[in-house]
Design a protein around this ligand. Structure first.
Ligand code: AMP
Ligand code: ZN
Length: 477
């Protein structure tokens, strides 16, 4: 099986073909650290994570680079409003991002470039474009990329640049979609920039890089002149990625990106979740409401990355049940009664079929919705087989466990559920003492006391299950 992906550039699904067989260089446009990332951002970041994990699970040697935008219009505006330098202003948001990313099980990138660490390279890059005639300094002191000098401009978005007003300029990092004008590579420093410590020396006077330029320089520096994959949210297609292509190809003369993948935005009550509309929810808020990280992860990866996903609490509750079913299933299989004398079961066949269906779904443009369906079909079937025959051979059990493990390499749900439900030895000792006291109360006929102990545990998210082998307990969320 080969991986097929939808490429925004060709507008079609086709085989993923890296430049060098077996090796993949990926660049993902990461967060702008001027605030806490919301779960919409994390839908996109978890899409990146699924790509990362699936490439690794498919045997590729992956170099995954995800930048942090720590200087741009938004970070400077935030720093000025807070009376801080951009470095001090962005630091806590960078830390919060890494914390949330780890909570949601994002596999670490190989490299997290920050724009402010690449300023010298950015200056050199702009100087090269000025020298080759692709860029010019304007009266406002800024250096602009001359869109008219780059014939292929507009291809990614599919816009016609024929009607382009030559020399019309835009200084800010984002502007009206469908509008193709010369964009700033380097901006002359203003008072706010100076105050926020966001001004650097350059041949064009003190200033700072434009946002589009930052990603070109960081990605080319870290991955070479042609990237196998470039990822981002759908809003970045134009102008951000269009401009990245123009600058990069003008500078290197080589194709910049082989496969462009863009994730659809998360909606809240039918509207795009965004900071500017004010309709956003953060990971932290959901954790405070008592949701566990695996449920949030499940919800955000439950739809295909190019499909619609509308966030609701009801959807998140359904994810919570799905995660619990998965966790229960994993312990049921791991703890299944094993005997050499057991009759063969359907477990190996069910596991193989599910693994195959899972792989096919992921290779089909990373279809996590179908991949999850393959997993939950296996859970239902294996549960049915274990109901019919609870005692199995070790190899049958291991076949089911291996399939689960294989799928979780990509989904990361058990991984996150286990991490957040792990309890220390002190908690284990406390729970076991409570179970003992409850057993004593029951033996003495003090049923109200026994129920009170059970309720006390439930309130702490610990559920007891009485069975023939005694009382077992588990952590639920
Ligand atoms: P920002 O921190 O604003 O630069 O955004 C970081 C990433 O989150 C970008 O790739 C955006 O496309 C993405 N993003 C922003 N809003 C949403 C949303 N509602 N759903 C999914 N991704 C989003
Ligand atoms: Zn970018």
């Amino acid at each position: 099986m080969t991986l097929n992906v939808y490429n925004t550039q060709t507008r079609s699904v086709g085989p993923f073909e890296p430049l060098e067989k077996g090796k993949v260089g990926v660049y993902a446009c990461g967060p702008t650290i001027y605030d806490h990332a919301h779960i919409g951002n994390f839908r996109t970041f978890l899409f990146f994570d699924i790509v990362h994990r699936h490439l690794e699970a498919s045997g590729y040697d992956v170099r995954f680079v995800m930048n942090l935008t720590d200087v741009d219009d938004k970070t400077i505006a935030g720093a000025v409003a807070a009376g801080l330098s951009v470095a001090d202003f962005t630091r806590p948001f960078g830390e919060a991002f890494f914390e949330d990313a780890a909570t949601l099980g994002m596999r670490p990138a190989d490299c997290y470039p920050r724009a402010t660490d690449y300023i010298e390279k950015m200056v050199d890059f702009v100087a090269g474009l000025v020298e080759s005639g692709h860029a010019y300094q304007a009266d406002d002191g800024a250096v602009y990329f001359s869109v008219a000098k780059f014939e292929r401009y507009g291809r990614l978005k599919g816009i016609d640049t024929a009607s382009l007003k030559s020399g019309a300029r835009v200084a800010q990092d984002e502007y009206e979609k469908e509008d193709a004008r010369d964009f700033a590579l380097w901006k002359a420093a203003n008072d706010g920039d100076e105050k926020a410590g966001a001004a650097w020396n350059s041949p064009w006077g003190p200033g700072r890089p434009g946002w589009h330029l930052e990603c070109s320089v960081m990605s080319l520096t870290e991955l070479g002149s042609t990237l196998d994959m470039h990822l981002g949210g759908e809003d970045l297609i134009f102008p951000h990625h269009e401009n990245e292509i123009a600058q990069s190809e003008a500078a290197t003369g080589k194709p910049f990106v082989r496969h462009w993948l863009h994730g659809r935005h998360l909606q809240l009550e039918g509207k795009k979740m965004s900071k500017s509309l004010g309709n956003f929810i953060t990971v932290r808020e959901l954790l405070d409401e008592g949701y566990d990280p695996a449920s949030i992860r499940h919800q955000l990866i439950s739809a295909h990355y190019r499909g619609d996903l509308n966030f609701t609490r009801a959807g998140l509750d359904a994810s919570r049940s799905a995660v619990q079913r998965l966790v229960d299933f994993a312990s049921r299989v791991a703890d299944a009664d094993v005997s050499d004398a057991a009759q063969p079961t359907a477990l190996p066949v069910l596991a193989a079929e599910a693994t195959e269906a899972f792989r096919a779904a992921m290779d089909n443009d990373l279809n996590t919705a179908d991949a999850l369906a393959a997993l939950f079909t296996m859970i239902a079937r294996v549960n049915g087989a274990l109901d019919a025959q609870p005692t199995v051979s070790a190899s049958d059990r291991d076949a089911a466990l291996a399939a689960l493990d294989h799928m979780d390499q990509v989904l990361g749900l058990l991984e996150v559920a286990r991490a957040s439900r792990a309890v220390g030895d002190d908690v284990t000792a406390w729970v076991e003492q409570k179970i003992l006291e409850r057993a004593e109360a029951r033996a003495a006929g003090r049923y109200a006391d026994a129920d009170a102990i059970r309720d006390e545990l439930v309130a702490k998210g610990i559920v007891l299950e009485d069975g023939p082998a005694g009382t077992r307990w588990k952590v639920v969320n």
